[in-house]
Design a protein around this ligand. Structure first.
Ligand code: PGA
Length: 265
């Protein structure tokens, strides 16, 4: 049932911080967000991973990459592969809309990356979400279903479930814009995502997949998303670089986690 899913606040630092300052920021955030019932994840730039990993040792915070390559090694200038990330991360973001936009990532390519992540034992956060035009023309759900089907094609549901697959619903028009989806729209999309998984052969395991909201999430609006029973937390960009914001969001997430625990007990 819904209450058994974890509550997750995942920080996507994008192309911000340096190896010189990332550890300090991670330490500050760790110290201000100690809520044992909330799964906290920090995804810094790849060159900051070691600093963040070292800074949060013993804090119960997951460290994640923002991407990985679909091949294990070879002539791929500038890329980072799963074996390179071993020992640095336990999570990885895949298919972020900025990579779809800037690096031309397709659903099929994201699906290959998903395979690499699972092989490496990393917990994947698969990002999906529609453009503004898709939303305004009533195609948002179709677009997300196509993205999901493309990335998950050929993957065994049981394997992905065992890998702890998380889906982040991030409407592209809400990312970094200060605009957000409504809680109700995000909740409806979470339901559509789980329905698509059920249709794809997941059966009732679809109900165990955490779905996060992403797109201008802040401490001021997180409650609207966490009030949705189908939403299990947030993937946060801009606000995740601010310790006060992280403290507010994780604090609010702890209330949801406690309510779920009470309902499930
Ligand atoms: P934002 O980014 O919170 O800055 O909108 C979210 C994301 O891209 O994951």
């Amino acid at each position: 049932m819904d209450t058994m899913r974890p509550v997750i606040i995942a920080a996507n630092w994008k192309m911000n911080t340096t190896p010189a300052d990332a550890g300090e920021l991670a330490r500050t955030i760790a110290g201000r967000t100690r809520e044992p019932d909330v799964l906290r994840v920090i995804c810094p730039p790849s060159v900051c991973l070691a600093a963040v990993r070292d800074a949060v040792t013993g804090e119960g915070i997951g460290v994640g990459a923002q991407n990985l390559h679909h091949e294990l090694a070879g002539a791929y200038t500038g890329e980072v592969s799963a074996p390179m990330l071993a020992g640095l991360v336990t999570w990885v973001i895949l298919g972020h809309s900025e990579r779809r936009r800037d690096a031309g990532e397709t659903d099929a390519l994201i699906g290959r990356k998903l395979g690499r992540a699972v092989e490496a034992g990393f917990r994947p956060i698969l990002c999906v979400g529609e453009l503004l035009d898709d939303r305004e023309s009533g195609r948002a759900t179709d677009v997300v279903r196509i993205q999901l089907a493309g990335a998950l094609d050929g993957h065994d549901p049981a394997t992905l479930r065992a890998a702890g697959l998380v889906i982040a619903y991030e409407p592209v028009w809400a990312i970094g814009t200060g605009r957000t989806a409504s809680g109700a729209d995000a909740g409806a999309m979470a339901d559509a995502i789980r329905a698509a998984l059920r249709d794809a052969g997941w059966g009732s395991a679809a109900d165990d997949v955490p779905v996060l909201y992403g797109g201008s999430a802040t401490s001021a609006n997180i409650a609207e998303f966490l009030a949705e029973p189908g939403i299990d937390g947030a993937l946060v960009g801009g606000a995740s670089l601010k310790p006060d914001e992280m403290a507010g969001m994780v604090g609010r997430a702890a209330i949801t986690a406690a309510a779920r625990r009470a309902a499930g007990a």
